[in-house]
Design a protein around this ligand. Sequence first.
Ligand SMILES: Cc1ncc(COP(=O)(O)O)c(C=O)c1O
Length: 418
Amino acid sequence: MVDLFEKLKMEAGPLAKYSHLPDDYFFFPKLEGEVGPRMHFMGREVLNWSLNNYLGLANHPEVRKADTEATERYGLANPMGARMMSGNSVMHLEFEKQLADFVKKEDAMLLNYGYQGVVSIIDALVDRKDIIVYDAESHACIIDGVRLHIGKRFVFPHNNMENFEKQLQRATKLAEETGGGILVITEGVFGMSGDMGNLKEIVELKKKYNFRLLVDDAHGFGTMGKTGAGAGEEQGVQDQIDLYFSTFAKSMASIGAFVAGQKHILKYLRYSTRSQIFAKSLPLPLVVGGMKRLELLRTKPELKENLWKIVHALQGGLRDRGFYIGPTTSPVTPVLFKGGVGEAANMAMDLRENFHIFCSVIIYPVVPKDVIIFRIIPTAAHTMEDVEETLTAFSELKHKLDEGFYRKEELVSVTKGM
Ligand SMILES: Cc1ncc(COP(=O)(O)O)c(C=O)c1O
């Protein structure tokens, strides 16, 4: 046997060879200053494209005012305890009603965190007789919820509808034997690739198969659909989504989440979602601040219009310059390059140090070894000048990559004085 902690000794991952660099450069970077397109990284201003602050609400004056006043009035403790015991309030109920109305569902339930919420919702919905069918590129909270399931689960390759139907057939056959039901889980907008779940095609199959659909629309809420109600609205199938989930961590620029659906299902979930029954409810400032955000989302369509103006300029500009950004149809903008981990690190440093642009870089093992993704997240708070600056920088980056400038395994001297 081994000592447990011995076993946990850190493995040198693909980027560990760069650990001689200043702390928190590639991992756990610290972005400082007011949340928005211009922040400070290691003491210098950077043009920041790494936040899911889609509508620019994080630093909106009305949001800041509502947050401050609510915190002053209620403090962060209020209410104490889980919703079921002592953590309920009329404002929690009011916010739930507003959220349900906004996404056109009968009822909604607040969740203290999206991740735990999704894990427990899945856990509450299925028992050993039931079968889960889910998209392979689902977010970790879905995967973890599926892991808790003690019955069968079938996965389909991302958005592959032919395979999805095959998995549905297998699930149906099995459910007939076990006497269970089928839960299908996918996302409204996928956070890495930016493409939408094929909700329209999925719900079309409800005519042939008996299943219930749970959609995690973390990236679609506030960004997609005519009113911002998400990917279901965008695809005209919101009424066919049985359980609609979104976090407040993105367009709403806050903490918390909600799930919405039919009244009797929500009632069941209120009594059965373990991560909510056994954990503290959302503090009032987050509830009151959440209502302010929802009000802005509803009443200020210009926020979403601004976002899409930036999205179109950025994605159009990248495509025009020959960049490959995959099948995105949402604000999520992945820019794909061919190259190894060393090149990725060199490019990211060049971008940060010399072009003063900060965005997330995704490398192996999240993507194959020879793929580098720079994920750009446009927001309503960005400007057309920000877009131009970024397009110019990326063109230079691509040119240098093609010339082999970043190829050395050692970090090349793209940095000044590091
Ligand atoms: C698709 C998706 N689902 C769920 C979550 C988790 O939400 P939260 O941050 O509220 O825990 C995230 C990340 O925030 C996400 O991207």
